[in-house]
Design a protein around this ligand. Sequence first.
Ligand code: MRU
Length: 364
Amino acid sequence: MKVEGTPYRTIWPAADGGAVEIIDQTRLPHAFVTVRLETVADAARAISDMQVRGAPLIGAAAAYGMALAARADASDAALEGAARALAATRPTAVNLGWALDDMMATLGQHPPERRADAAWRRATEICDDDVAMCSAIGEHGLDILRAAWDEKDRAGRLNVLTHCNAGWLATVDWGTALAPIYKAHDAGIPVHVWVDETRPRNQGASLTAWELKAHGVAHTVIVDNAGGHLMQKGEVDLCITGTDRTAASGDVANKIGTYLKALAAEDNGVPFYVALPSPTIDWTISDGLSDIPIEERDAAEVTRIAGLTDAGEVVDVRLVPEGSAAANHAFDVTPARLVTGLITERGVCEASAEGLAGLFPERK
Ligand code: MRU
């Protein structure tokens, strides 16, 4: 996607070949800053500090992290250590483990002296594949948005609610939940997005709003608790979110608060879609509620908040009384029964073991 006219991906090899570059997402929306990652430790830090975040981008960053590791020391022991360090950064997004397994399998096919080049090539392929999958998700989701727009007799605007950031910043390009929205906007459908702010890290207010504004898509940021009210008032035509890990049963783990939106959607007859590339499916898990690990992050993300003052300075302030305890569960699980459909690169399916097996018969 373009940033002030310049095409960007969220991660790319530096022109001098000595590093990987990323957009530092902790600085958005107030500053657009790119950062060089030169070592596997840099890559691990970028993932755990959420300079890069979003399940597909976490996988891509881990793949390049392995490429940086292989450049420094391509021995079996060093690569195993690098994979362990990267795997420990964030537990919920399964794309992380998927990318590390893929990179280790690729590297295992080569002698140490050839591994650095092979790792670089494979990381680039993983990124290109992600872009192709997200673009295909956009096309399949566009069919859903077109049908919803026709069902509305093309009157007014098409209101879509999304939670967190599952846009191009969460992937290598295009996004998952936002890819259909970009394609619908580009096809002339007057789509308007309700953007949940997504406390505590505000990925909606900071990242989704920034992306949609940059692309010229109409949007309104709302507090996380407003979605149910808007659905009762008929102001939401459908919801689309991303997911960090989808169980083989169709249960989806996504940013905390997604489950509440799905409950409100069910109560109000609003379709609730989840968009995902296939590396986000964990085929080893059949019960999302008990088997998906939910990341618990620093309570300071709840007790404090950062923002831009009118004087142009970014400041961090405390929100809660000193001494009050806070808990920070970063994800929740939405049971498959609340999901209208899964939008994948191969098409749309029911959120169920049968639905997923129908699209991915080789995983049966
Ligand atoms: O904690 P984050 O910002 O990494 O969480 C991101 C999300 O929950 C996204 O919705 C999810 O990764 C899907 S991204 C295409």
